[in-house]
Ligand binder design. Structure first.
Ligand code: ZN
Length: 249
């Protein structure tokens, strides 16, 4: 079984299309799971929701989705994020809002938990260091956690009781329990690589020594950044939201 995991798409249709093309190329027929922040920052929220619905994507709500729906106070956001949330709320169709509102904040899918930030703080916590990773690793209710929120790919596991960061090299890496798998961001990467990020979870049973939890592979995909930037500017959204896309920051 192959599962494509996407996070922080943020209304970036060009990036989502490029990722889905890559999914179809390397993992045709894979299920699509996401960990939220479908909307916010960029200018095609309804188109992104529609494409995810067409593909039967399942997942959870992010803090930007909650803010756009009026479920999270905008005082948590910086000025550019708040401006984009207000723009999105004004342009979201009723159908898109209904789909977003139905997303749970946390979801257990067999061996994996899906959440935007962390299980103890689904919309809020940024897991960025060993201390935060350790506290979450020792309290997971499933072997694996897939999450996002930081827009930076990361892989933490426990070794001899310590939270250990596993280097991400683009190759298929075996998953060990417990692990935290940060998917990075489809629509607004912040790790210095402007290409869209997604993760392939391959649980194919080919009789090899993959281990019961299979492998994860972080993929990076170039997309038409200029198209997304032009739409951000045409919508009158803050210029910083356009420029950051080119540098992945
Ligand atoms: Zn986000």
């Amino acid at each position: 079984m192959k599962i494509a995991l996407l996070s922080d798409i943020h209304a970036n249709l060009a990036a989502l299309r490029a990722v889905l093309d890559d999914v179809d190329a390397v993992a045709s027929g894979a299920a699509i799971w996401h960990t939220g922040d479908i909307v916010g920052y960029n200018a095609e929220p309804n188109e992104v929701v529609m494409l995810l619905r067409e593909r039967g994507a399942v997942g959870v709500m992010g803090n930007h989705d909650a803010a756009v729906l009026g479920e999270l106070d905008l005082s948590w956001f910086n000025a550019a994020a708040a401006a984009a949330a207000r723009w999105t709320a004004a342009h979201l169709t009723a159908a898109s809002a209904t789909w977003l509102r139905a997303l749970p904040k946390i979801s257990e899918m067999g061996d994996a938990t899906l959440v935007h930030g962390s299980p103890r703080e689904p919309l809020g916590e940024y897991i960025v260091d060993a201390a935060g990773a350790h506290e979450n690793l020792v309290s997971l209710s499933t072997p694996i956690l897939f999450h996002g929120h930081t827009h930076t790919p990361a892989h933490w596991t426990l070794r001899a009781g310590r939270a250990t960061s596993v280097a991400i090299d683009g190759a298929a890496q075996p998953l060990h329990a417990p692990s935290l798998v940060n998917l990075g961001s489809v629509g607004q990467p912040r790790d210095g690589d402007p290409r869209a990020a997604w993760v392939l979870w391959d649980r194919s049973d080919d009789g090899s020594a993959l281990g019961a939890l299979g492998t994860v592979t972080w993929r990076r995909v170039a997309y038409d950044i200029a198209r997304t930037q032009a739409l951000v500017r045409a919508a009158g959204l803050p210029e910083s939201l356009a420029t950051r896309l080119a540098v992945g920051a």
